[in-house]
Design a binder for this molecule. Structure first.
Ligand SMILES: Nc1ncnc2c1ncn2[C@@H]1O[C@H](COP(=O)(O)OP(=O)(O)O)[C@@H](O)[C@H]1O
Ligand SMILES: N[C@@H](CCC(=O)OP(=O)(O)O)C(=O)O
Length: 361
């Protein structure tokens, strides 16, 4: 990592904090806390996204196998989160570091005002030198309220906090060409968006024993974060000294090279696809203009169809004439005005450039 970095987000997966039998690995946790203390001494601000509530709960309370899996997860997480955060608190307090707990759900990222409230809380904690420790609020986050997994949450937090780097700690050194356990399997050391390669072909569908999302969500989140200007590492959290070696640039891991950083509102919009409230289809001329080198807002003259009952400030999708998803943006007015103005000249942009995020074309 280069010396000029300021802020990093470290995501610690369930399997990093558990032993092979599923019980909490307190020695590993203590080692990671020591390394995070080292990174802070080097001048870095750190945000932790930690999984492990369910795993810690499982160790504390035996549960019958046939219990409802959703309720079981809620209960185990409710019990285990106390243990998880208490363990962090007591380990960090030995280094005179304060920690804070933030429990979030997907809906907390839906509305810009709520998003900014969260952002202010992160800023306040970091300003006071306190480490925010974030986990999904598993007791209320069920079905559609759930993140795919904590990798998705980590990407959202890294974008929200304008982090320079995101470190995803799992139980593998990174993305391999083939099965990670196969002798001779090649570790992909860097992924550069400018020379894209199809990583999905290497991903085997199984997950680590205690994880949720699998390698595919890690890759999706890493690509998106790198596009927003955040460099992402996938590294083995079970390896001794992993964070120190990462800092010293001696670690074998996978690094997603970041593009030029995007401005803050665009980062929020880039992650808001699942919350979009409407769609506009644009014509070929508008598509060309948006993807040209110029800085351009989306004008109603280029819109051919409007759907969904969105209001001012909602996120809307932009589709090509062929129905290809081109981007996302914050609507400057609601669907009724959009319907009136579509195809007309001399109208206020429906999506201002500052609130427009275009996918790779
Ligand atoms: N090509 C690959 N390279 C590395 N790991 C892979 C690959 N394909 C699948 N995996 C699996 O992805 C797992 C990590 O993802 P996941 O289970 O979500 O971990 P975590 O709980 O840390 O988030 C690894 O344990 C590994 O078995
Ligand atoms: N929120 C859950 C973790 C969910 C999750 O995404 O786990 P993982 O794939 O290990 O990061 C917990 O604390 O148990």
């Amino acid at each position: 990592m280069s010396a000029d970095l300021k802020r990093i987000v470290i995501k610690i997966g369930s399997n990093v904090l558990t032993q092979n039998d599923g019980t909490p690995d307190r020695i590993r946790m203590a080692a990671l806390v020591e390394q995070i203390t080292y990174l802070r001494q080097k001048g870095l601000q750190v945000i932790i996204i930690s999984s492990g509530a369910v795993a810690f709960g499982r160790a504390a309370v035996p549960f019958p196998e046939k219990a409802d899996p959703v309720v079981k997860r809620q209960i185990l997480a409710a019990i285990g989160q106390i243990e998880l955060i208490h363990s962090y608190q007591s380990l960090f307090s030995k280094h005179d570091i304060n920690v804070a707990q933030l429990m979030v759900t997907q809906s907390d990222f839906r509305d810009r005002k709520h998003y900014l409230n969260m952002k202010n809380c992160f800023e306040g904690l970091l300003h006071k030198d306190i480490i925010p420790i974030v986990n999904e609020n598993d007791t209320v986050a069920v079905t559609e309220l759930m993140f795919t997994d904590n990798d998705e949450l980590a990407g959202l937090v890294a974008a929200m906090a304008d982090a320079d780097r995101l470190i995803l700690l799992s139980n593998v050194a990174g993305i391999y060409k083939g099965h990670p356990d196969e002798p001779g399997a090649e570790l992909i050391r860097t992924v550069d968006q400018k020379s894209p390669q199809d990583l999905n072909q290497y991903i085997l569908s199984h997950k680590s024993s205690f994880g949720r999302g699998g390698m595919l969500t890690k890759i999706n989140m890493a690509m998106k974060s790198a596009d927003l200007g955040i460099g992402v590492y996938i590294a083995n959290g079970k390896k001794d000294n992993v964070l120190v070696e990462l800092f010293d640039n001696t670690l074998a891991c996978t690094y997603f090279i970041p593009n030029k950083a995007k401005e803050s509102p665009k980062k929020w919009i880039a992650h808001s696809d699942s919350y979009s409230k409407g769609t506009v289809i644009i014509n070929e001329g508008a598509e060309k203009a948006l993807f040209s080198e110029k800085i351009i807002s989306l004008l109603p003259i280029g819109i051919t169809e409007v759907s969904g009952e969105f209001t001012k400030g909602d996120i809307i999708r932009i589709l090509s004439p062929k129905g290809i998803k081109l981007g996302l943006g914050k609507a400057a007015y609601g669907y009724k005005s959009a319907l009136e103005k579509k195809g007309l000249k001399n109208q206020k942009p429906i999506i201002h450039y500052d609130y427009l995020y275009l996918f790779d074309h």
